[in-house]
Structure formats: C-alpha cells, structure tokens
Design a protein around this ligand. Sequence first.
Ligand code: NAD
Length: 381
Amino acid sequence: MRIGVPAETAALETRVAVTPETAKKLVAQGHYVLVQTGAGVASSAPDEAYRAVGAEIVDAATALGAELVLKVRAPAVDELAQMKAGATLIGMLNPFDVEGLQRLAAAGLTAFALEAAPRTTRAQSMDVLSSQANIAGYKAVMLAANHYQRLFPMLMTAAGTIKAARVVVLGVGVAGLQAIATAKRLGAVIEASDVRPAVKEQVESLGAKFIDVPYETDEERECAQGVGGYARPMPESWLQRQRAEVAKRVAQADVVITTALIPGRPAPTLVTEEMVRSMKPGSVIVDLAAGRGPLGPHGQPGGNCPLTVPDQVVSAHGVTIIGHTNLPAMVAADASALYARNVLDFLKLIVTKEGQLQLNLDDDIVAACLVTHAGELRRRT
Ligand code: NAD
C-alpha cells in the first residue's frame, strides 16, 4: 500500500506522524512509505534518515495523494484538495470540530480521529491523548522553572537557605500526574486538586498532597465519578467550595499548573483574576487548557485562568501566565516518536497481514475512532 506522510502545515506544529523508526517497520511490512521532503526535520528526522530505512522522499502532492495518509493534525483546506476521494486518513482530527469533520466527509475520506479511542487497556498503546499529555505535563514544569526567577529545590548553602518552590497542580489526569512527578524530581512541594476522587491515591503516591473538597450531595458524588474515566461538569455548589480551597493554596503558590479539561466543553475556570491578584510577584501560571476556556477579557478564549492568552506568555498583576497551546510540539522528537508508535499500533487494527485496508466496525477502537466514511459523518458530537 502507498502510505503518505505529509509535512504538517498548522502553525507551531513541529511533529511528524511517521518517524524513521516506524517507517522502517512499515517498509518491512511491504508498504511504500512516501514522506514529504522536510516532514521530519523539525523533529530531528532529516530526509536521509527516512531514505536510509527504505522510505521515498516525495513532494506534498504525492504524499497527500496516497491511499493512506498519516498526519498529526487535520489537513487544511488546500491539503484536502490534494487528497483522493476514498483515501483513508489517520490523525488527531479533533472529533468535536463538527465543521472540520464535515470537510473531511465532503472530501470523501475515511477518517480516523485517534483522540476518540476509548480509555481502555487494549487501546493504551494507541492512546495519543495520553502519550502527548504526558509530554505536555513534563514541559509545563520545564517552562515554569524557566520563567520562575527562583529555584525549585530547597538549598542550604553557606550563603543562606533557599526555600523549596510551592507548586499547585489543578486537574490531575495524565498531564497533571506527569507535572507532579516532574516538579517532585526538581524538589518542589506540591499540592493538587481534581474532581475525581480516584485521583487522591495517585497524587499521594507521587509524594504530593491532595486538596480535599468533600462531596456533600448525591449529585456531587455522582458527577465526580465522571464518565469513561473523564470528568463531567461539577455542580456549582462543589465548584464554589473547590474555588475557596484552591484560592488559599494559589495565594501561597510560586507555580500553578492547570490542566483541567472536560471533553467537548469549555475548560472550567479554576484560577480567577482575583486569585491571580492574590499571588506573589514573580509567580508563574502554566495553563495547559489555554485556548479552550471561556472567552477572556482579551477577547480570546482563555484556559483554566481567564487571563491566559493562547500561545502567548503574558504578565498580569505581577504573575507570568504561560498559554502555549501545543506543548508536545516543543518536545518534537519524543512527541513524534510516541505519536508515531501510537499510529503504528492503530494500523494493526485496520490493515490486514496482506497489506489491505479493512474496516472492522465490530472492533470498539476502530468504531470509536471512525469519524467519516463514504461521505458521511460517523460520530455524534
Ligand atoms: P483530561 O485531559 O480530560 O482532563 C484533565 C483532568 O482535569 C482530569 O483528571 C479531570 O478529572 C480534571 N478536571 C476536570 N474538571 C476539573 C475541575 N473543575 N477541577 C479539577 N480538575 C478537573 O484527562 P486525561 O488526562 O485525558 O485523563 C482522563 C481519564 O482517562 C483519567 O481518568 C485517566 O486516568 C484515564 N486514562 C485511562 C487510560 C487507560 O485506561 N488506558 C489511559 C489514559 C488515561
């Protein structure tokens, strides 16, 4: 089969869907791997590395015109125009973007959005949300440490003692857990909050303190269980109590890392402007929900903090607020390595041993990821 690997064209996107490592495996399986020239350069994979494993270096039209196209992000309109009706597309296609999916359907593509895979044990090796969130959590701490004008660890020196940084992590899914682990390795003192009670044990096992906000009604308890492992919007009564508890911690924090998301909905506001005002000068917020929250005072969607500006580092009330929306792309080589392995594992579900595409809708992962087929949207959003 001819497998196309176009260069990504989205702004600030540096990842690539197939690395020389996975290209080698695809070639060994008998496929023609057509990599657009320069596609891997930003993730440290030059054309020669692909050539060395038997891939062909081609132009954009050839890569996009393949029978199977592997991408990181959804194709732009001009890329779609170069794709063939009936072709198969795999990528992070944003399953909640109905207009985007309609464009894919109109182009006659069979498209799989890998973010829609269920959070099950069998799907773990192709779970792009986890592989990329893990990297985002790590990078969030690196960025915070870089912008924070003090040290993370406690240091006792001949010139005096330096206190450990206090880090607060809000939202403890995959990214939040990695942020806690990374901040811990740097010597910070960490507190964390999440709506899901199951998280408490994980937080404590990483050596951080869980900010307890007890559930007072059946509705609160039920919402906190979430659905499919994901959070659901919590009742306002609980959110108010959470805000009160979080506010106390944020006022004392040196670094706040927010990662709270609810699939298909705006990210919840956890750090209000008033809380930012209460923070110490020189504190840092890294908002991983940047661009996914309600509209902020600057006229763009904020994140878990309304003052966050997507893809910018801003200063408000003496606090640095970091709003990069694509942290994995800042660790392009490893983010691509993990993503490409996720893609390779997913291919095992839709490519037969003979190298033919098959659409087995009895497979729950295939059925969940399929977003368009035969000109139609397949997924209710
Ligand atoms: P996510 O990115 O969707 O959300 C990040 C975190 O924000 C979640 O922990 C969520 O509970 C939390 N959150 C939402 N609203 C909040 C609020 N108001 N206050 C505080 N926190 C809030 O999460 P994710 O990293 O994609 O993980 C989602 C779930 O999937 C988790 O339960 C995780 O354990 C599970 N998971 C399972 C597997 C698997 O079994 N294969 C793999 C990865 C993740």
